[in-house]
Design a protein around this ligand. Structure first.
Ligand SMILES: [Zn+2]
Length: 285
């Protein structure tokens, strides 16, 4: 059973190469006036008329705070390069989100994407279905999660990382952002997801994070991206954020395995094969 799936699943699209044409094809962007707010390095844009100016401003504040506080220096610098600035596009109803999803996903996946994703990132563009959120702290979680993917893409790191590192680090920042605005809701979410993971471990059903697929939309009895988060959290706890930032910064030159080996003394593959979840996640830091 996958609790919280609708609120926690994330899907990234790696169709890079044609990012600018993808962006131009977004509904609400072609023709007419574009309403957007600049939030530090992030442009926040209304995808349809249902997104109020107040909402734009509120989300821009959140995005600015996330990129300033949660991204380590290497990633923070990457998104400040003008050609690598992320863009958030917000939709107030399923119609707009469906139109955006149609640009990014094959037709066969659209039903799943519409029902099970809480947002997605394609290159530097983050698409958010606002209508799916009733609890603002979950929206904050998703903004931080997807902006992390976009920042990794901006730095040329994202496509070179195994899915578990990419998702795990996005979850790390997502939960940290959620904790900042609503510690109780972040703790409750982690508690529920931890229960699933620990049950899978007890049942012998837990699988190494290295086997986790690119997309989270597969049937497992636990949320695989939460397992990814636990693994990344343990890496960050073991060596600190500065070392993790150095690992990320080394990926374009050395590859994920080589950079990880330089910082942690084993390859990423070795770590992912041996790592098992241990200890209840009391906090995200
Ligand atoms: Zn994700």
């Amino acid at each position: 059973m996958r609790v919280w799936l609708a609120l926690t699943a994330c899907t990234m699209v790696w169709v890079s190469g044609a990012l600018s044409s993808w962006s131009e094809a977004l509904p609400g962007v072609l023709g007419g006036a574009v309403r957007s707010v600049q939030a530090g390095p992030v442009t926040v844009q209304a995808g349809d008329n249902g997104v109020s100016t107040d909402t734009l401003r509120r989300i821009a504040e959140s995005a600015q705070s996330i990129s300033a506080v949660l991204l380590p220096p290497g990633l923070g610098a990457a998104v400040r390069v003008p050609s690598a600035r992320p863009r958030l596009v917000l939709y107030s109803d399923p119609k707009g989100y469906a139109a955006a999803a149609q640009v990014a996903f094959p037709r066969s996946e659209l039903t799943t994407v519409m029902s099970q994703t809480a947002g997605f990132t394609d290159g530097l563009t983050v698409v958010i279905p606002l209508y799916k959120y009733t609890d603002p702290s979950y929206l904050t979680n998703t903004l931080a999660h997807e902006l992390t993917h976009a920042a990794l893409n901006a730095a040329g790191i994202g496509p070179r990382l195994p899915a578990w590192v990419n998702e795990g680090y996005a979850w790390y920042n997502g939960l940290a952002a959620q904790s900042r605005v609503n510690p109780a809701s972040a703790a409750k979410l982690q508690s529920e997801l931890w229960h699933e993971v620990s049950t899978a471990v007890a049942d012998g059903a837990f699988q190494p994070v290295a086997a986790n697929p690119d997309a989270s939309l597969t049937a497992r009895e636990y949320n695989v991206e939460f397992a990814d988060f636990l693994a990344v959290r343990d890496v960050i706890r073991a060596g600190g954020m500065a070392r993790f930032d150095r690992f990320l910064a080394g990926v374009p030159q050395l590859g994920a395995n080589g950079s990880f080996q330089r910082e942690y003394g084993e390859t990423l593959e070795q770590f992912a094969e041996r790592w098992q979840p241990a200890g209840r996640p009391a906090e995200t830091g």
